[in-house]
Ligand binder design. Structure first.
Ligand code: ATP
Ligand code: PRP
Ligand code: MG
Length: 225
């Protein structure tokens, strides 16, 4: 057995669903296969074909926390999640690569027929429901629009339909979810994709194992562009 195989494996934190699915080809490009799928397996620690690398499956918004505290050496998280996480304290996170996966945009959306521009022009105070409180607060502050933010954890598209909010700030990709709920996007806030994030202590103490993987991710994501 090689000395590398005797060391503790590196741990990569991922969320299941689109981030896991879109990371598999990047791992494959580095010659690494994952035989179990977190959608069907209940296991939260998944081995890979490389004895030097294991995956842990966590909630998307928890990925930065695991990496920050060193419970994972590195991870993959959306810029939306990273921006909200930084509202707390994102010290200890190195963000070397934009992987260009899980691409979408953060938007303001309202019910069809709601005149958002007129409401803004009149200086109306808007109720805005969102999971992305920091991004929303900064966006409306930049525009000089008064808003009452209502924190939600999902299904934001419902809020304007049942009178909880005038507008939402949420992620949009195909636009199908907005359309199905008779909502329209009225403002784009920022383009979103996922970044590789690395624990700074791991980067120093485990550089020999980490750097080749960081480089392989960089090459694979550039090739996908
Ligand atoms: P949770 O399960 O904790 O509610 P989540 O809904 O944020 O998490 P995902 O839907 O898997 O988890 O989203 C993970 C990341 O993928 C998001 O942080 C965002 O960067 C990106 N993303 C979210 N929705 C889309 C989408 N419709 N199209 C492309 N990328 C998306
Ligand atoms: C995300 C996001 C939107 C939807 C937008 O939800 O929160 O609701 O995708 O994508 P679309 O423009 O292609 O329709 P997701 O699919 O992650 O479901 P979730 O509510 O479980 O997070
Ligand atoms: Mg989601």
């Amino acid at each position: 057995m090689s000395p590398a195989a005797l060391e503790k494996p590196l741990t990569l934190a991922l969320s299941k669903g689109r981030i896991f699915d879109e990371t598999l080809p990047l791992l494959a490009a580095a010659g690494i296969q994952v035989s179990e799928n977190p959608e069907s397996s209940r296991k939260l620690i998944l081995p890979t074909s490389d004895p030097g690398l294991q995956l842990i499956i966590v909630r998307a918004s928890d990925v930065p926390t695991y990496v920050q505290y060193g419970a994972a050496d590195f991870g993959i998280a959306g810029k939306d999640v990273l921006f909200e996480h930084a509202a707390g304290n994102a010290g200890g996170l190195y963000q070397p690569i934009d992987l260009n996966i899980a691409r979408c945009r953060l938007c303001v959306a309202v019910r069809e027929g709601f005149d958002y521009q007129a409401a803004v022009a009149q200086g109306s105070r808007l109720r805005v429901a969102t999971k992305y409180v920091r991004a929303a607060r900064e966006h409306f502050a930049r525009k000089g629009v008064y808003v009452d933010l209502i924190k939600l954890y999902g299904s934001m598209e419902l809020a304007p339909l049942v009178g909880l909010a005038d507008a939402i700030v949420d992620l949009v990709s195909t636009g199908n979810t907005l359309k199905a709920n008779h909502l329209v996007a009225v403002e784009d806030i920022v383009d979103i994709s996922s970044r590789l994030i690395v624990n700074q202590a791991s980067l120093k103490t485990r550089a020999k194992q980490l750097q080749p993987l960081i480089d392989a991710f960089g090459r694979a994501s550039a090739a996908e562009d």
